[in-house]
Ligand binder design. Structure first.
Ligand SMILES: [Cu+2]
Length: 368
């Protein structure tokens, strides 16, 4: 072994050697990395030792740069969002005043005045059912269900703001308030709401649904149907599945209490998804019943309510904010992880699950 500390001549300031340059550059800095290299006294005579030292110094420097770079990338990815100082409060449809309700409906309709971004035909509103259809297999019956839909709603809200100058919040529909008869909810009001049932005497257009017959969306045309562009009217068919009237069991107070008592993330999400989440489209039918369900504007109020329930569950006990478990997708049974990436197919930036876990600390800034 060579004694690297044996003094022969000081490399620092020795013009003839590149290592001197490296060393002199390192000296003014006071970092741990520099410490790694500056601790080596570069004083020796034999040529191959000098080469060995060069490689050592260069390797150490390179290693430091990699470590520093990775650290900076991690730090910047953790800190790329501004602090959430005053979270927006999302409210229930009934808590909006008449003007706020009209503003929201006008913004939703306004999305139809822009061309689609993700497909050569269609309108901006059609991008949402298009993406939902393509990712449906991944984001349902899996751990991704809640975080993906949370981000999906956020992107919809963002689109309303950016394209239609909408300044309000995205409302939710708390169907548990309508448990006695969800088909009578004020959400369906033909003047102040989203219109109601499809025409019972009309032609069935899709999944037991026929064209809605009144309200602001009576002329609303939707595009997607099972991966194919087939323009059609917005259709609903309340309780029209043969032998399956609109089941309100999952909206009842005891069902809601049971849901909120679930102890693990995956138990909670499974109970929610297979319960009230499914009961809503199973009662409405028509476009909402399909995997292009975002065709129906009420989809977003329904999923904002699902998000609210998760938000409430996350805050009900300490340690739940970042609790995430269950299968990664419905067909990849590996454990889902917070670093799993949610692919948005161009609807928005792909994000990791962890980026949307806390709605009041991260890329989003809202609460309920
Ligand atoms: Cu979905």
């Amino acid at each position: 072994m060579w004694d690297l500390k044996r003094p022969t001549y000081a490399l620092v300031g020795h013009d003839d050697d590149a290592s001197a340059d490296i060393e002199s550059k390192l000296q003014p800095h006071d970092s741990e990395c520099v410490g790694l290299t500056s601790g080596i006294a570069l004083r020796t005579k034999p040529h191959f030792v000098r080469n060995w030292l060069r490689y050592t110094v260069l390797s150490a420097l390179l290693l430091c740069l990699v470590v520093l770079g990775a650290g900076m990338a991690y730090t910047s990815s953790r800190e790329r969002y501004p602090p959430c100082v005053s979270p927006e409060k999302r409210i229930e449809w009934r808590e909006m005043n008449r003007t706020e309700q009209q503003d929201y409906i006008a913004a939703v309709k306004c999305l139809q005045s822009f061309p689609a971004k993700l497909y050569p035909v269609g309108r901006l509103s059609d991008d949402f059912p298009w993406v939902h259809r393509h990712v449906a297999r991944d984001i349902h019956n899996s751990a991704l269900f809640l975080p993906y839909h949370r981000y999906f709603i956020h992107l919809y809200h963002k689109t309303l703001r950016e394209h239609c100058r909408y300044h309000g919040t995205i409302p939710y529909w708390d169907w548990s308030r309508d448990w006695q008869d969800p088909s009578k909810s004020p959400i369906w009001d033909p003047v102040t709401g989203f219109g109601g049932d499809g025409d019972p005497n009309g032609t069935v257009t899709i999944m037991w649904g026929s064209c809605i017959k009144e309200g602001p969306f009576v002329d609303y045309e939707v595009l997607w149907s099972d991966f194919y562009p087939r323009p059609h009217c917005l259709s609903r068919g309340f309780g029209r599945q043969p032998g399956a009237p609109w089941d309100n069991e999952f909206f009842k107070p005891h069902s809601m209490a049971d849901l909120m008592s679930r102890d693990t993330f995956y138990d909670f999400t499974e109970t929610l998804e297979g319960g009230s989440h499914d009961a809503v489209p199973n009662g409405i039918n028509g476009d909402f019943y399909t995997l292009e369900s975002p065709n129906d504007p009420v989809f977003f109020l329904h999923h904002t309510n699902i998000d609210r329930l998760w938000w409430t569950w996350q805050r009900a006990k300490p340690g739940r904010m970042y609790e995430y478990n269950g299968p990664k997708t419905s067909w990849i049974l590996n454990k889902g992880k917070l670093d799993d990436v949610m692919g948005m197919m161009g609807l928005g930036k792909d994000l990791r699950v962890r980026d949307v876990m806390d709605t009041e600390n991260g890329m989003m800034c809202y609460g309920y």
